[in-house]
Design a protein around this ligand. Sequence first.
Ligand code: NAD
Ligand code: UDP
Length: 335
Amino acid sequence: MILVTGGAGFIGSHTCAALSEQGLPYVVLDNFCNSKPSVLERLARITGQRLTLIEGDVRDGALVSRVLREHGITAVIHFAGLKAVGESVADPLKYYDTNVAGTVTLLSAMRAAGVRTMVFSSSATVYGDPVGSPIREDAALQPTNPYGHSKLMAEQLMADLDRSEPGQWRLARLRYFNPVGAHASGLIGEDPQDVPNNLMPYVAQVAAGTRKELSVFGGDYATADGTGVRDYIHVSDLAEGHVAALRYLQDHAGLLTVNLGTGEPVSVLQMVKAFERASGVPVPYRIVDRRPGDVAAYWADPDTAARLLGWKTSRNVDQMCADVWRWQNGEARRL
Ligand code: NAD
Ligand code: UDP
């Protein structure tokens, strides 16, 4: 039985769908600080299965210990965390508490229960302002904000644990690039509560008429069209990467570190055009000043994931936009 912490969230819910597709059983632990219980009902419609939910906090060691024992957990996929860069600058303690202390609590409970397999949500943000792209896993790690520091600290504690008890742990550190998209069913997707910070949900809301125009942050970067460049990965591809990592850990003890990205650089304006094609609706935009702290361009070298996990992405930018548009216009988002 797999424990999915944060399984009601954006990436967690899609990973639950991917686990179900592979017939792998799991339970979800979530405190709903950034998701809604209705996600799990919609997930049950996708999977045709009743899901087991434990509502609670990953920082609650007694609860986590009980869940590990009572559900016969053998592996954990750890999504529960906070992810807003700006908020992490304003309230770093909150981020270290959830993202670092939460991971310490979880790993301590796992060790006590003899559960030694964990797949962890890290982020390309650990690379900070990269020297060059595509980025390989051995690139310098130099995060530039508390969110990134908290992810790097969690990565480091996994490495220290592996070193302290060699061969005892099976730990995967998955560095996600830019997750976007939604489930092809239109039943689950990304659901920001406030004004979206990220490009894709903002573009979707402009196309839907909820917002007037997109502010493109910077048109004078040293990129092909002057706008920022990222590696957008469909959340369902990302979800399948977690299943591949779990399978890899079944056969390999130790520490795995891999990028999960497409390896394809895409600019802001290319994404706007792709969204217009997918939706058939114009996306008005205006080029404004650069957003402080933004990096001009970065994308993944996805070769390690391909070599070790036998995994690569299969959904392109057009599919990412089409799935987001279906989700944006569907009934499910309002439930
Ligand atoms: P999300 O906010 O949609 O999902 C996180 C889930 O964890 C939510 O359901 C939330 O309610 C839950 N949660 C948060 N704190 C908790 C706690 N203390 N106890 C129990 N549950 C808790 O975010 P997401 O986009 O699905 O991200 C999942 C993970 O991936 C996070 O750790 C995030 O930092 C990491 N990540 C996300 C991105 C991205 O762009 N979305 C990129 C890289 C890494
Ligand atoms: N971006 C933009 N307008 C927005 C949101 C984002 O131009 O309203 C740009 C941003 O400057 C970056 C790219 O889109 O070049 C991706 O930004 P996002 O916040 O989605 O991801 P991150 O910056 O964390 O990689």
